[in-house]
Design a protein around this ligand. Structure first.
Ligand SMILES: NC(=O)c1ccc[n+]([C@@H]2O[C@H](COP(=O)([O-])OP(=O)(O)OC[C@H]3O[C@@H](n4cnc5c(N)ncnc54)[C@H](OP(=O)(O)O)[C@@H]3O)[C@@H](O)[C@H]2O)c1
Length: 330
């Protein structure tokens, strides 16, 4: 039986005001599809970039959807779906194209490969905030950069969703996280969230400070959310034969290659991890076990009530006043 869904759509590129809530008809789940009743969505900077045309692919108009991260409950399943049943607590797997499958809505229809079980005992607001942040930090640091105990890990944009998760993923491995922020006001918060040291880039020299804090050696791993021309300079903070992972493009200009060789530079995409059933299984186990043993403690900056607040949630993200994840309870 078909149903309707209040869904956030946008029909042109622009500021948070282009996001509108509209009633959309959803067909009954087809073969391999899952209908999810969404309880909460979380914001990822990618969605603000996507809305304004600065993401690595462009929206399809008219009526582009948006949103990678949702938590809710299965309402119905289509033929052939065996992994999920009505009533199951789930999250979106964030391994999809946003215009077609974006999850900002009160109901979404997704292929079963784009849904993952919600970890036991995790409420919907927290669940919306955990998947992309921790799987990105895990995939980049553990799987891609072979994070090891004692490694110094320089985390730029550390107050962000992925950044705060990366501090905890580094700690969980016995590594030493060094955080950067542009804001002095976030220094104390980042220390409380697990950073061993905090460098405030508006005022302190990130490369010099990292070298000083690592006894001149540099960080074995640099996890960078920013990219841009500053990426080349950031190479000066990496240890000889270190690993630099660029996973974000908060600076829209092209990144320049650091020349402090030998050095391994990775361009990290979470799609590589979440695009396979085996990757999703490893990621789910990592996140679930970390939440259960308390080493992963999701940081929720603010919760907005109602889908109509989605524009306000995007405005908060673009103000950069937040530390951690911004969530909208649907
Ligand atoms: N590759 C992947 O698979 C993947 C997965 C997830 C996210 N991403 C990307 O990773 C990036 C971060 O995402 P997120 O959701 O964690 O973002 P977020 O929560 O908005 O956090 C980013 C933080 O970086 C700082 N920042 C913002 N703009 C900046 C700029 N222009 N220059 C320097 N610092 C800036 C801000 O902190 P301060 O104000 O404290 O400095 C902000 O809190 C985005 O580009 C996103 O698209 C990629």
């Amino acid at each position: 039986m078909s149903t309707t869904a209040r869904t956030v759509l946008f029909h042109e590129l622009g500021g948070p005001g282009v996001l509108t809530v509209e009633e959309v008809r959803l067909p009954a789940p087809g073969p391999g599809e899952v209908l999810v009743r969404v309880a909460a969505v979380a914001l990822n900077r990618a969605e603000a970039l996507f809305r304004s045309g600065g993401y690595f692919y462009q929206p399809t108009f008219p009526a582009s959807r948006n949103g990678y991260e949702a938590a809710g409950t299965v309402e119905a399943v289509g033929e052939g779906v065996t992994a999920f049943a009505p009533g199951d607590p789930v999250m979106s797997a964030a391994n999809f194209e946003l215009s077609a499958h974006g999850v900002y809505g009160d109901r979404v229809l997704l292929p079963d490969t784009m849904v993952v079980p919600r970890p036991a005992g995790v409420d919907e607001v927290t669940a919306a905030a955990v998947w992309v942040t921790y799987t990105t930090a895990y995939g980049a640091l553990v799987e891609r950069a072979a994070l090891a105990p004692g490694d110094h890990v320089l985390v730029t944009g550390a107050a962000g969703g992925v950044g705060t998760a990366a501090l905890q993923v580094a700690r969980r491995a016995g590594a030493v996280p060094i955080a950067t922020t542009r804001s002095e006001a976030k220094r104390r918060q980042l220390l409380d969230l697990g950073a061993e040291h905090v460098i405030v880039s508006d005022g302190e020299d990130v490369v010099k400070e990292t070298r000083r804090l690592t006894g001149g050696r540099g960080a074995e791993i640099v996890l960078d959310a920013i990219g841009g021309p500053g990426f080349a300079e950031l190479g000066g903070a990496a240890a000889e034969d270190g690993r630099m992972i660029c996973y974000g493009w908060l600076d829209a200009q092209p990144a320049l290659l650091p020349m402090q060789w030998p050095l391994t530079v990775h361009g990290y995409s979470n799609f590589a991890l979440l695009g396979t059933a085996e990757g999703r299984r490893r990621a789910a186990h990592y996140v679930g076990s970390g939440l259960a043993d308390g080493t992963l403690r999701p940081v929720v900056a603010e919760v907005f009530d109602g889908l109509d607040r989605i524009g306000d949630a995007h405005r908060l993200m673009e103000s950069n006043r937040h530390t951690g994840k911004i969530v909208v309870r649907v």
